[in-house]
Design a binder for this molecule. Structure first.
Ligand code: NAD
Length: 428
C-alpha cells in the first residue's frame, strides 16, 4: 500500500494490521501533514509540562488516551480520516465498519443550522415582568452595539450579534426575566466570547428594568448550532431485511424508552466525544447539549432517527447541537489537537461539526447492528480480553495469546488471565 494509492480515499483495508509508524506515515501522506504535525503524532506523551501547567490549575501530570483513526468515512462527497481519542475498545472499529457499509451508497450527507451560540442573562426582583421584557426587546439596536463592541475580532471575521429573545420563566420564587443574546461565534466554540458579552450587558439590563441581574452565562443547549447527518445503508450491505427490521425495532425501543435511550445515545457519544476530545474541544459542552436536545420534547429520546426507504434500504439520520471550534480554548494551543485537526483538513468549525455528526450516526449504526446480531460483547470482548491480559501482567506476544485463551474459555476476567499466563509461561 503506497501513499499515492491511498492518498485521497478513506477506504483503507487492513489499516489495523499496519504498525503504528506505518499508520502515521499513511495518515501523514493522506493529509499532506507538515513535518511538525507528523513529529507530534509520533510522540505519544505529547504535551510539555510547561504547557499543561498553564492550561489548568494545580497540574501534577497528564494522562494519555489513545488516538486512533476511523477509516472509510465519506462526508459530503469528501473522504476523510477521522482521529478519535478514546480509552474504550471497539469504538473506532465500529465507526470504520459502519462507514464501509454505506461508502458505496454515498457515505454521509450533512447540513447545519449555523454557528450561533446563546448566552442567558437572569433578571430577578421584577414586579412587572411583561413590561421589563418589552423594555429589553426595545433596546435591540443598543444591545447589538454593546455585544459587538466586546469582540471586534469576531465581528471583523463575520460573526457577532444576531438575535435577541426575552423569556419569562415562572418559578416558585417568582417570575424571572431571562434575556437570550444570540451570537454567531463563527469558528470558535464561543463560550468565552458570549460570556464576556453577557457580563458586559447585564448592568445595562438591570438599569433599564430596575431589576437585579444574577447569572450571565452561555447555554449549552446550543439549538442554534444544530448539525445534521444522514446516510443510507442498502439492505444487501446490512445483511438482509431481517437485520434491517431488527435495527428499526431497536431504534423504536430507544426512541420510546428513556432507559434504553440513555444507552443508545451513550453509544452515539462514544463516537462524538472521541472526535471532540481529539480536536481539543470541550466534551462536556457537547455532551450536555446533546442530552438536553434529546429531551427537548419533554421526553428523553433517541438522537438518531431510522426508517426503511421505499427501495427497502435503511436510512439513518442524526440531529444534535455541536458547539465545536477551530480556535479558542485548548484547540489552538494543544499541539496534538492541532496535528489531528490537520488530518481532518477542515477549514471551518462547521465542517468539523458535520464530520462529528456523521461519526455519531456511524457509531449508532454499528452499535444497533451489533446488538441485533451477535450482541455487543463479541466485538468488545476481543479487545477487552487484551486489556484484561495486560492487567494480569502479560507482555509482548503473551497479550494476544492470553486474550485468545480466555476468550476460548469464555472466562474473560483477571483471575482467568493470570492462570492462562502461568500456563503459557510454564514452570518458573
Ligand atoms: P476563546 O475566547 O479562547 O476564543 C474565541 C475568540 O477568538 C473570539 O471571541 C474571537 O475574538 C477570536 N477569534 C479569532 N479567530 C476567530 C475565528 N476564526 N472565529 C471566531 N473567533 C475567532 O474561546 P471561546 O471559543 O470563546 O470559548 C471556548 C472555551 O470556553 C472552551 O475552552 C470551553 O471549554 C470554555 N468554556 C465553556 C463553558 C461551557 O461550555 N459552559 C463555559 C466557560 C468556558
Amino acid at each position: 500500500m503506497t501513499n499515492d494509492a491511498t492518498r485521497r480515499t478513506s477506504r483503507i483495508s487492513g489499516f489495523h494490521k499496519l504498525g503504528v509508524e506505518e499508520r502515521i506515515d499513511l495518515v501523514a501522506g493522506f493529509a499532506d501533514l507538515e513535518d511538525e504535525h507528523r513529529r507530534q503524532l509520533a510522540r505519544p506523551s505529547n504535551i510539555d509540562t510547561h504547557l499543561a501547567d498553564h492550561m489548568i490549575e494545580n497540574m501534577v501530570t497528564t494522562i494519555a488516551v489513545p488516538v486512533g483513526i476511523a477509516t472509510n468515512m465519506r462526508v459530503d462527497e469528501r473522504d476523510v480520516l477521522v482521529p478519535m481519542a478514546t480509552e474504550e475498545s471497539s469504538v473506532i472499529a465500529a465507526v470504520g465498519n459502519s462507514a464501509r457499509q454505506c461508502y458505496e451508497s454515498g457515505g454521509f450527507t450533512t447540513s447545519m443550522s449555523g454557528t450561533e451560540m446563546i448566552a442567558q442573562i437572569q433578571l430577578l426582583d421584577i414586579p412587572d415582568p411583561v413590561r421589563a421584557r418589552f423594555l429589553i426587546l426595545e433596546r435591540r439596536a443598543e444591545i447589538e452595539r454593546i455585544c459587538n463592541a466586546c469582540d471586534p475580532i469576531l465581528v471583523s471575521l463575520g460573526g457577532g450579534f444576531r438575535d435577541l429573545d426575552v423569556r419569562l420563566i415562572g418559578t416558585d420564587s417568582g417570575c424571572m426575566v431571562i434575556t437570550h443574546i444570540v451570537i454567531d461565534t463563527h469558528d470558535a466554540m464561543g463560550a468565552n466570547a458570549v460570556n464576556s458579552m453577557a457580563e458586559r450587558l447585564a448592568p445595562d439590563i438591570a438599569a433599564w428594568t430596575g431589576g437585579r441581574t444574577l447569572l450571565r452565562i452561555l447555554s449549552n443547549l446550543a439549538d442554534r448550532r444544530v448539525v445534521r447527518a444522514r446516510a443510507t445503508w442498502t439492505c444487501e450491505a446490512i445483511g438482509g431485511a431481517e437485520i434491517r427490521d431488527a435495527m428499526i425495532a431497536a431504534y423504536k425501543f430507544a426512541d420510546n424508552d428513556p432507559y434504553r435511550a440513555a444507552t443508545h445515545n451513550k453509544g452515539i457519544m462514544n463516537g462524538i466525544s472521541a472526535v471532540v476530545l481529539a480536536t481539543g474541544n470541550d466534551t462536556r459542552a457537547v455532551e450536555s447539549g446533546a442530552h438536553a436536545f434529546a429531551a427537548r420534547t419533554g421526553r428523553y429520546r433517541s438522537l438518531t432517527q431510522w426508517e426503511v426507504t421505499s427501495g427497502g434500504d435503511l436510512a439513518g439520520a442524526i440531529e444534535l447541537p455541536l458547539a465545536v471550534g477551530l480556535v479558542g480554548g485548548a484547540v489552538k494551543i494543544h499541539p496534538t489537537a492541532r496535528a489531528l485537526l490537520a488530518i481532518l483538513q477542515v477549514q471551518t468549525a462547521g465542517e468539523l461539526a458535520r464530520i462529528i455528526a456523521a461519526v455519531g450516526l456511524a457509531q449508532n449504526f454499528g452499535a444497533m447492528k451489533a446488538l441485533v446480531t451477535e450482541g455487543i460483547q463479541r466485538g468488545h470482548m476481543s479487545l477487552h480480553a487484551q486489556n484484561v491480559a495486560f492487567a494480569a501482567g502479560a507482555v509482548g506476544d503473551e497479550v494476544a495469546e492470553v486474550a485468545r485463551r480466555i476468550i476460548d474459555r469464555k472466562s474473560i476476567n483477571e483471575a482467568a488471565a493470570r492462570a492462562a499466563l502461568v500456563e503459557l509461561r510454564g514452570p518458573a
